[in-house]
Structures are given as structure tokens and as C-alpha cells.
Design a protein around this ligand. Structure first.
Ligand code: G3P
Length: 218
């Protein structure tokens, strides 16, 4: 399973990259705003800065909600760097835009997906990635993981190439569960990635190894 980090924070992206397990980055307008990135030129520079850190797909989301706007924005974003993936919302004009970009060989990430029907449509429209938001489903008492299983089954039934990018991952158990059900990619915060490191028996074991070594080497 590929690991993407879901942030626009350059320090966190650098930290995940330095760990050597990072495959890509996803951003969204809320994450860009959280970092105080505003204005076209700054937004574009920020995507370029991210692309300079990570050698993998970087999702950049369009703000337009009409077909022509999404095409114009998406083409501008895609031209920035070969690793840019145009992130398109799951709305009617978004589905048309997915088909347009797919036909042009431009990679896309269909975002704000909350149902198997939406995921099926995204795949039919040729999306490179589909982003079901598992954390936000869990927030309203729907089982986010069950949706990933359902999409996995549908995509496997028909051999769709669209990759399942489990999004709105919040913690380490989400990461592990995504891997168990065969998600192609997960995107989550730095804490969900580095949190996988933690086990008290590792810490206790290492302390004992080092203490035993010190006993005979002091
Ligand atoms: O990738 C989508 C993600 O950014 C949404 O996460 O935690 O705001 O539900 P969250």
C-alpha cells in the first residue's frame, strides 16, 4: 500500500520524506488555508515547493465547480510539474472533467467520495485515483472501512485501473485496516504514519539490549 501524507505543511512533508516511506502528497483547499497559503502565485509556488521535496504524485485541488473552470484550472495545475495530479470533486461537471483529463492522459484524483456509486462513476470516467473519506463517514456512524471493501470488490470485479486512495485517514488503526482490505493508497496525517512505529515492547527490548551491552563493554 502506498503512503501519501495529507497536509500542505512543508516541515511535515519533509519529516515523512526523511523517514523513507513516503510515496506522495495530497492537499485540499482547507489544508492550504491552514498553512496560510493564499493568492494564485503563492498557491502555485507552494505546489512547486512540495514537488521539490517528494518524488511522487502531489494532488492539487481545483476550486472551480463548473466544467470549463475545472478544465482551465486543472490544465494550469497539471502543467506545473509532471507529478501534479488534478483533484476534482465528485459532482456532475467533475465527472465530465475526469473524462476530459483521462482522455488527455492527465492524472486525476476524484475527491469527496462517500458511496460505492460515486466510486463506480469515478472509475467509469477514468479517474486515476478515487478518494473515499473514511474518517468523515466514521464521524457520522457509517463504517468507512466497509466502503473501502465495497469499492475494492467492485473494482476487482471489472478490473478497473482506478486506484483506491483511502482519505480522511485519522489514525494508525485506519492505516492498518486500509492495508487489510486492500486499499491501493492511504493518505493521512504525519501522526498516523509515524504512530505505526510505536510499541512498548520495542522500547523495553531496546533498553534491555543496550543495558546488557553496556554491562560487558564499560
Ligand atoms: O484527504 C481528505 C482529507 O483531507 C479530509 O480529512 O480529516 O478533514 O476528514 P479530514
Amino acid at each position: 500500500m502506498k503512503f501519501f501524507i495529507d497536509t500542505a505543511n512543508l516541515d511535515q512533508i519533509k519529516e515523512a520524506q526523511a523517514l523513507g516511506v513516503l510515496d506522495g502528497v495530497t492537499t485540499n483547499p482547507s489544508l492550504m488555508a491552514k498553512e496560510g497559503i493564499s493568492g494564485d502565485e503563492n498557491v502555485i509556488q507552494h505546489y512547486l515547493d512540495i514537488c521539490a521535496i517528494v518524488d511522487g504524485p502531489v494532488s492539487a485541488e481545483v476550486i472551480s465547480t463548473d466544467y470549463e473552470g475545472m478544465i482551465a484550472e486543472g490544465e494550469r495545475l497539471a502543467a506545473l510539474h509532471e507529478n501534479i495530479v488534478v483533484k476534482i470533486p465528485m459532482i456532475k461537471d467533475g465527472v465530465k472533467a475526469l473524462r476530459y483529463f483521462s482522455d488527455k492522459g492527465i492524472k486525476t484524483n476524484c475527491t469527496l467520495v462517500f458511496s460505492a456509486g460515486q466510486a463506480l462513476l469515478a472509475a467509469k470516467a477514468g479517474a486515476t485515483y478515487v478518494s473515499p473519506f473514511i474518517g468523515r463517514l466514521d464521524d457520522i456512524s457509517f463504517d468507512g472501512l466497509q466502503l473501502i471493501e465495497q469499492i475494492r470488490l467492485i473494482y476487482d470485479n471489472y478490473g478497473f485501473d482506478t486506484q483506491i486512495l483511502s482519505a480522511s485517514v485519522r489514525h494508525t488503526m485506519h492505516v492498518i485496516s486500509c492495508a487489510e482490505v486492500g486499499s491501493d493508497v492511504m493518505t493521512g496525517p504525519l501522526s498516523a504514519i509515524v504512530g505505526l512505529l510505536n510499541h512498548p515492547l520495542t522500547d523495553i527490548g531496546l533498553e534491555k539490549f543496550l543495558a546488557d551491552h553496556a554491562k560487558v563493554n564499560s
